[in-house]
Design a protein around this ligand. Structure first.
Ligand code: BEZ
Ligand code: FE
Length: 298
């Protein structure tokens, strides 16, 4: 029996030739970007399969996993984005495209529960829409990196109720809850009320949940409120504000947490609230200033 010659990376020569042939099959791709992306993908995929000595059963299991992830996805659920989230790919892409800047607010994942064209509110409004939870009053400013107020910035907000669910997760719910859009005032300020978000598990009744179980990984995200803040001439910011003291800070299932985004949600005894009402229950206040970078000129 003859042994196959191998190259310095330990690959049989025949396989190295295969990789080179697949790379060359993309040489005539008219788009230079598509060519570069596909050739890099092929190189890394082949190196990965060789590295782990991928078995045929494992290859078939991966195909089945991706097939089931596609089949469970619909316009309310995106299992492949969830896979990207739990593999840290979503946060890697956020980091590549929105590197930390000294002055601007850090970005994090958008997640699967954002809805375009959420209901419009005025400053001071209650955006809870009847969501269950402890009252919380949110306020702050939208600023440029130079510290000047940005008037008329679009602020989009969405968060869970006290069960850890978003409105879109209730099939029977007709209308938004814990979700809305408003604009910063002339001095850059915004304020609204809603409820306090709680930690919640990412959807784990599908293939991604099976993967987390197999790896003995937790599916929980620390409590947070999502914001998307945009204004002409500024880079759109997609971020969260996390609740300080949450037990899942440090173990976010999708690696979206950043220390700079953690804030104390201050608990107040029943009494006068920021909106002028006298509340008979305890309530919370949270303040956060969003700092936007100028948009790239290209
Ligand atoms: C979210 O925060 O809404 C979220 C992000 C990633 C995966 C699942 C949920
Ligand atoms: Fe969320």
């Amino acid at each position: 029996m003859t042994t196959q010659p191998s190259d310095p990376a330990g690959l049989p020569t025949a396989d190295r030739t295969l990789t080179d042939r697949v790379l060359a099959s993309f040489d005539a791709t008219p788009s230079p970007r598509l060519r570069a992306v596909m050739q890099s993908l092929v190189s890394h995929l082949h190196a990965f399969a060789s590295d782990v000595r991928l078995t045929e059963e494992e290859w078939a299991a991966a195909v089945s996993f991706l097939t089931r992830a596609g089949q469970i996805s619909d316009d309310r659920r995106q299992e492949l984005i969830l896979l990207s989230d739990v593999l840290g790919l979503s946060m890697l892409v956020v980091g590549i495209n929105h590197p930390a800047s000294a002055a601007a607010t850090d970005s994090t994942v958008v997640g699967p529960f954002f809805v375009e064209n959420a209901p419009e509110f005025a400053n001071g409004d209650d955006i809870s829409g009847g969501a269950a939870g402890e009252p919380c009053f949110y306020s702050g400013r939208v600023l440029s990196a130079a510290g000047t107020p940005i008037a008329g910035a679009r602020i989009e907000v969405w968060h869970s109720d006290d069960e850890g669910n978003y409105d879109v997760q209730y099939a029977q719910l007709d209308g938004a809850q814990g979700r809305g859009r408003l604009r910063s005032e002339a001095d850059g300020r915004y304020r609204f009320s809603s409820v306090l978000p709680v930690p919640y598990p990412i959807p784990h009744d599908g293939p991604v949940g099976e993967l987390l179980d197999a790896a003995k990984r937790d599916s929980m995200r620390p409590a947070h409120v999502h914001f998307r803040v945009s204004a002409p001439g500024f880079a759109t910011l997609t971020t969260h504000v996390f609740v300080a003291g949450d037990p899942y800070l440090g173990s976010d299932a999708v690696f979206g947490e950043k220390d700079s985004l953690v804030r104390t949600f201050v608990r107040h005894d029943p009494g006068p609230a920021p909106d002028g009402r006298v509340l008979g229950t305890a309530f919370f206040t949270m303040a956060f200033d969003f700092v936007l970078d100028v948009a790239d000129s290209v």
